[in-house]
Design a protein around this ligand. Structure first.
Ligand SMILES: O=C(O)C(=O)C[C@]1(C(=O)O)C=C[C@@H](O)C=C1
Length: 366
């Protein structure tokens, strides 16, 4: 037997094993999908009208268990992503979900929505963050996905401001590593006279643009995907955007990963009308305000320290009720129903001028 024939035989044997495993996987995935159908049956028959098809706490507990139990050689994140998609398809069998995002097609917000809900979610592009809130408030969409903070550029203040008046709750968070690319029809950097992008993305690539395109005009537009759409219409223009936009608008990637900060991450919030029960690893977001006097904020936050609660973020915004009058967006570790969190919230509610729980939700797994 020649060496080539024995290699072919070896390869054939492993491929036969892969085919057999795929057959078993298919049978198991189908069985899982039938279980999801039974779950839907039970939920539909339930007398409790508030029954929820989408259960974020259950999904994140499943993903965490899979990651912890993963024997390798696949990476834990990789395995969790596969199970994310299986659950997404199972939920779509029970009841298809839709989610409004900051459009047009191809934005990072759409990528965040798909990362969170999986590819079976129906995504709906909106023109502004206000429209996303309205779409969910009016029940036209089940959920919305909005950007809230970026590791290089800081907070998306407009999103925070909308929480001051909206009745919607936060039901989840998504963290997305952001890679910006320079997309264009042009052959090289020398041909580029205009660079379009969202103002935050231009800021996140400022140093790279200063070094490589010092004379090109930078034009801020509504979204990175809109920038890609405009760049696709002009031979001497480029867009700073993600790889999804390059595919949708058929643009060349002239330079990859041009963000100044390699760990550039954006955090998005999932908003809806549904409260999430505890998953075991949760966060709670609060909106607070206190008397504008010396030590006011310090004493307002004292119950957190007393009850041993970690604060992961505090952001202040003008309340618009008067000059020097601020509200605070605070994220803490724990679910509002955890005893130490519940005690701290009771004290806060007593002392704060404004107290609103924006939601308790699972800490992002993926
Ligand atoms: O456990 C449930 O309640 C289900 O509906 C099943 C399932 C799953 O596929 O595991 C599907 C959707 C939910 O969001 C959570 C879990």
């Amino acid at each position: 037997m020649t060496k080539a024939t024995s290699e072919e035989e070896e390869l054939g044997a492993v491929r036969n094993r892969i085919d057999a495993i795929d057959q078993e996987l298919l049978a198991l995935i189908s069985e899982r999908a039938r279980c999801a159908q039974q779950v839907a049956h039970i939920k539909t028959a339930a007398t409790d009208r508030s029954v929820q098809f989408y259960r974020p706490e259950r999904e994140s507990a499943i993903l965490r268990r899979i990651k912890d139990a993963n024997p390798g050689p696949l990476d834990g994140e990789e395995v969790a992503r596969l199970f994310r998609e299986i659950m997404s398809a199972c939920l779509a069998l029970e009841r298809p979900l839709n989610a409004a995002f900051l459009g047009p097609e191809g934005t990072f917000t759409q990528a965040a929505a798909i990362k969170h809900f999986g590819h079976s979610v129906v995504t709906k592009a909106m023109g502004t963050i206000d429209e996303i809130f309205r779409e969910v408030e009016s029940d036209t969409c089940d959920f919305g996905v909005v950007p809230v903070e970026n590791s290089t550029e800081g907070v998306v203040s407009h999103t925070l401001d909308l929480f001051m008046t909206s009745p919607l709750m936060i039901t989840g968070e998504v963290c997305l590593r952001i890679h910006h690319h320079l997309l264009s029809h042009a052959e090289d950097l020398g041909a580029i006279g205009t660079v379009y992008s969202h103002q935050q993305s231009l800021a996140q690539c400022r140093e790279w643009l200063d070094r490589n395109l010092p004379t090109a005009e930078r034009v801020a537009v509504g979204s990175n995907a809109e920038a890609a759409r405009l760049a696709a219409q002009e031979p001497n223009a480029a867009a700073v955007a993600g790889v999804q936009a390059a595919e949708i608008y058929d643009l060349k990637v002239l330079a990859e990963r041009i963000e100044d900060e390699p760990s550039n991450t954006t955090r998005f919030l999932v908003i809806g009308k549904q409260d999430s029960p505890p998953s075991g690893q949760d966060k709670t977001s609060l909106l607070l305000s206190c008397q504008n006097e010396s030590g006011g904020l310090h004493s307002l936050l004292a119950p957190m320290a007393v009850h041993g609660i970690s604060m992961t973020r505090i952001e202040s915004r003008p309340s618009r009720r008067g000059i020097w009058d601020y509200v605070f967006f605070v994220d803490i570790i724990g679910h509002r129903s955890d005893p130490n969190v519940a005690y701290a919230l009771q004290s806060l509610e007593k002392d704060a001028l404004l107290f609103k729980v924006l939601g308790s939700y699972p800490i992002a797994v993926l």
